[in-house]
Design a protein around this ligand. Structure first.
Ligand code: GRF
Length: 186
């Protein structure tokens, strides 16, 4: 059985979706790690019996020290893949140098709209398509090699409708990419 670790910071709906579709079926979510003790995702993960570890970033004197603790917590379970799902911390090279099998999902068509508030920036842009990207985690924010993208043609949606379409694409492609990376013959 393959093992993954999921990193999250907030709502945890991607975590929940991956758990629902894949946990204890084709793979095991060996651990979920959050930097936010108040993350809603903690409850969601626990409902699936997933072990949650809280590493509160406010307790560390630097980003590097936090990343060292994070890397150590990941290494304890030796996962086949590390999955960032709404993990809202900027990582230092300490992370990418040690954890080379991590992927992230970003709610825009990278390389456009890197960083925070990607959905809002994508929504207010002139682009007639919008979408999501799964990419490898590298030293630079939202800049690792792109693995998969999905997009839709824009109607005149409200921001809420636009956001819902973005999340629906995330829920569709992230489990597929994880499955492909872990189980497809290279
Ligand atoms: C998603 O839109 C993801 O692309 C972005 O943060 C959001 C997390 O949502 N990185 P959730 O916590 O999975 O509900």
């Amino acid at each position: 059985m393959k093992k993954i670790v999921i990193l999250f910071s907030g709502n945890g709906t991607n975590l929940q979706n991956i758990a629902k579709k894949l946990h204890n079926k084709s793979l095991i979510i060996a651990k979920a790690i959050t930097n936010n003790p108040k993350a809603k995702g903690i409850e969601r993960a626990k409902r699936f019996g997933i072990d949650v570890e809280v590493i509160d970033h406010t307790k560390f004197i630097s980003r590097e020290e936090f990343d060292k603790a994070l890397v150590a917590a990941i290494k304890e379970v030796e996962p086949d893949l590390v999955v960032l799902a709404g993990f809202m911390r900027i990582l230092t090279p300490v992370f990418a140098q040690t954890i080379t099998n991590a992927i992230n999902i970003h709610p825009s068509l990278l390389p456009l709209f890197k960083g925070a508030k990607a959905i809002e920036r994508s929504f207010t842009s002139d682009m007639r398509v919008a979408g999501v990207t799964v990419h490898w985690v590298s030293k630079e924010l939202d800049s690792g090699k792109i693995i998969e993208q999905a997009c839709f043609h824009r109607e005149d949606e409200s921001l809420e409708e636009f956001e819902a379409k973005i999340h629906a694409l995330e829920y569709e492609i992230y489990p597929k990419v994880i499955t492909k990376l872990l189980f497809d013959e290279k």
